[in-house]
Design a protein. Structure first.
Length: 292
């Protein structure tokens, strides 16, 4: 989006975002743990089977979001400024909770609202903290276009399907009851609110507020854009980070070796599982055979 506010919160876009997420989840069943959509970017916490499932899910999500937000805000140029960034999170509870806290803090950490629940855009906070359902709409624009071509009149939701988005527990919380998970989320929210209030008190500032947020011109962009490079991994301990780095190093080495063989004409070059060989099918996970 080149930093533009093309995902500026509106009631209609919030419903569409949840609907598109739910439809993408139905087609490519990734586990969605948390999400937040700000005016010019978004974050997801996902568990996926492999890189191919993630790629298909993200392609569907981003293409539909671009179409819907572009239609809503009258944007006809390139929508996304770059490819999505996928960052691996370790199995550590501290690492997973840290990323959830970071996601929930959006809107607050930018000085936009005082509490995560006040963010007017698509956000998982109420679903996680209060157990509220996430409902949205998915619009069949193909049928709408066909109806317009036939000069038929139709109601706004005539070619829309109600969708419900499912959120799954963090991997580290799968053993917890729903009530205990909500309690843990509530603790994170309290930390965020306290930290936000202290920062505003120290800096003698106030949050921008919902009224100003929804009044933004979606074609505008912030004066300064954050351009810090994203890390390859999120881990809590040095040992966990080292393990991820070593695994990724092995993957790159194996991929590079196979690519060299392929360039030399060896069509049987063995690429590592989870990779996309040049001009060849994705290499999926193959279960080991059990001796009979």
């Amino acid at each position: 989006m080149q930093g533009r506010f093309l995902l500026k919160p509106t009631d209609e876009l919030r419903s569409i975002v949840v609907g598109v997420l739910a439809r993408a989840q139905e087609l490519y069943p990734v586990e969605i743990h948390a999400f937040v959509f700000l005016s010019n970017h978004y974050h997801l916490l996902l568990s996926v089977e492999d890189a191919l499932q993630l790629a298909r899910f993200m392609n569907y999500l981003n293409s539909n979001l671009a179409r819907e937000a572009g239609r809503l805000h009258g944007w006809k140029e390139k929508f996304w400024g770059r490819r999505y960034q996928a960052i691996v999170i370790s199995q550590e509870e501290a690492a997973q909770m840290g990323r959830l806290r970071y996601l929930l803090s959006h809107g607050c950490k930018e000085g936009l609202v005082a509490r995560p629940q006040q963010w007017p855009g698509a956000h998982c906070v109420r679903a996680l903290a209060e157990g509220l359902p996430l409902h949205g709409w998915w619009f069949d624009r193909t049928k709408e276009y066909s109806a317009r071509a036939r000069r038929e009149k139709f109601r706004r939701l005539e070619y829309a399907t109600p969708e419900t988005l499912r959120l799954e527990p963090l991997p580290c919380w799968r053993h917890l009851s729903k009530q205990r998970m909500r309690s843990r989320v509530a603790e994170l929210i309290t930390q965020i609110e306290t930290e936000t209030a202290k920062r505003h008190a120290k800096e003698r500032t106030q949050p921008l507020g919902v009224k100003a947020i929804v009044a933004l011109d979606p074609h505008d962009r912030p004066r300064k854009l954050k351009k810090a490079p994203a890390p390859a991994f999120h881990a809590f301990t040095k040992a966990a980070r080292r393990e991820l780095i070593e695994a990724y190093g092995w993957f790159l080495s194996a991929y590079g070796e196979a690519a060299e063989k392929l360039r030399a004409g060896n069509l049987g070059a063995s690429f590592p599982e989870g990779s996309f060989p040049p001009r060849l099918p994705f290499v999926g996970w193959v279960p080991e055979s059990v001796p009979g």
